[in-house]
Design a protein around this ligand. Structure first.
Ligand code: NAD
Ligand code: GLY
Length: 360
């Protein structure tokens, strides 16, 4: 078992990474401040892991909310079910919400915790690779809007993150690969040694080698924790975590939430960002080929959907939290392992990527 910390002063919190953590109640019960606990999960994760968590919470007054499974349910409307339950159960301000699930449940649970009575305690038990390496850490919470991904939300940090690698045993290969897209991101934006380690160990990760997975989770969380500690509310370096995400969010919104997994859309978007970085003269052809090859080894898509035209991409990319005064701003790579802060990109170069990269 390894414990890292997100260093945020008096809001400092642990990320515990290891095996069989769900059966070690003190890991999370020590962060519960009062009797009232709500566990939020979904229809896929609850049958697998809810009982295991509930048996550790017998001394608490526990309520559960089980949401439908899918990115298309990450909405304000669906989130109302959580507020209904909290109010009907007369939960007070010292209550704790535990989010048991992937990034969708984590983002929704965190946002509900941030909003209910202006803030209750919150614990993340991430159950996908993507959630363990990225979404459960750092306090970005929220829901989607039909016009834009994650557009309604709040920064709200959890009391702790419990990343039990054993739960990944039930995750299917497509979801595991989607999580690897965010793992590769850390190598690309700030950790060339990790990128090279990933190139060497990608087969072990895809084969679910426990040691390799534990290392990838820990190294990813270490990178994320350092970035969040430096820039909690994304006024600077935290934006680099959005490499490929402006393209990716456009794909998710444009194709309909849930058509592409978030990690799949990020993989494509990162290849588009790499192509644009080459057009800027920063990456070489060989760098771009190397980046695409790693995503391809994970069986992740690397080319944008044909149905989305350049004009649609531009329109969708205009709704992004990094944009300023209506200008699209992107994270690019000056080399593998070094990302820019958000930059305005010449429109003709962006159009070249949108109309040429990955187009038949
Ligand atoms: P997800 O939450 O939809 O989970 C993927 C699928 O795996 C779902 O069907 C889920 O029910 C299932 N699942 C979860 N755990 C399982 C397990 N252990 N065994 C079997 N099935 C399991 O998707 P995700 O990829 O975890 O997260 C994507 C979401 O995270 C997106 O909404 C994205 O915007 C968000 N995100 C947020 C941040 C952040 O910083 N807050 C960062 C990255 C992504
Ligand atoms: N996943 C992007 C961030 O946490 O900032």
């Amino acid at each position: 078992m390894k414990t890292l910390h997100v260093e945020l002063g008096n809001r400092r919190y642990p990320i515990v990474i290891g095996s069989d953590l769900l059966s070690q109640p003190e890991l999370y019960t020590q962060h519960i401040k009062a009797k009232q606990v709500l566990v939020l999960s979904n229809t896929t994760v609850a049958p697998l892991y809810l009982d295991k968590v509930l048996t550790q919470l017998t001394s608490f007054d526990v309520q559960t909310v089980i949401l439908p499974d899918g990115e298309q349910y990450k909405t304000l409307d669906v989130l109302t079910q959580v507020f209904d339950k909290l109010l009907a159960s007369k939960f007070s301000r010292n209550a704790t919400l535990i989010a048991l699930g992937g990034g969708v449940i984590g983002d929704m649970g965190g946002f509900a915790a941030a909003c209910y009575q202006r803030g209750i305690h919150f614990i993340q038990i991430p159950t996908t690779l993507l959630a363990q390496v990225d979404s459960s850490v750092g306090g970005k919470t929220g829901v989607n809007h039909p016009l834009g991904k994650n557009m309604i939300g709040a920064f709200y940090q959890p009391q702790c993150v419990i990343a039990d690698a054993d739960v990944l045993d039930t995750l299917d290969d497509r979801q595991l690969a989607a999580g690897l897209a965010e793992v590769i991101k850390y190598g690309l934006i700030r950790d060339i040694d990790f990128f090279e380690w990933l190139e060497t160990n990608i087969a072990a990760l895809l084969n679910r080698d426990k040691t390799a997975l534990a290392y990838a989770i820990e190294r990813s969380c270490l990178n994320k924790a350092e970035i969040v500690a430096e820039d909690e509310t994304e006024t600077g370096v935290r934006a680099t975590l959005n490499l490929g995400h402006t393209f990716g969010h456009a794909i998710e919104t444009g194709m309909g939430y849930g058509t592409y997994l978030h990690g799949e859309a990020v993989a494509i978007g990162t290849c588009q960002a790499a192509d644009l970085s080459r057009r800027k003269g920063w990456l070489t052809d060989a760098d771009v080929t190397r980046i695409i090859a790693l995503f391809k080894q994970c069986h992740l898509p690397t080319e944008p959907p044909e149905q989305l035209s350049s004009e649609q991409f531009l329109d969708l990319m205009a709704v992004d939290k990094k944009n300023v005064n209506g200008h699209i701003r992107l994270i690019l790579l000056t080399k593998i392992g070094v990302a820019t802060l958000p930059i305005d990109v010449e429109k003709d170069l962006l159009l070249q990527t949108l109309s040429n990269y990955g187009r038949k």
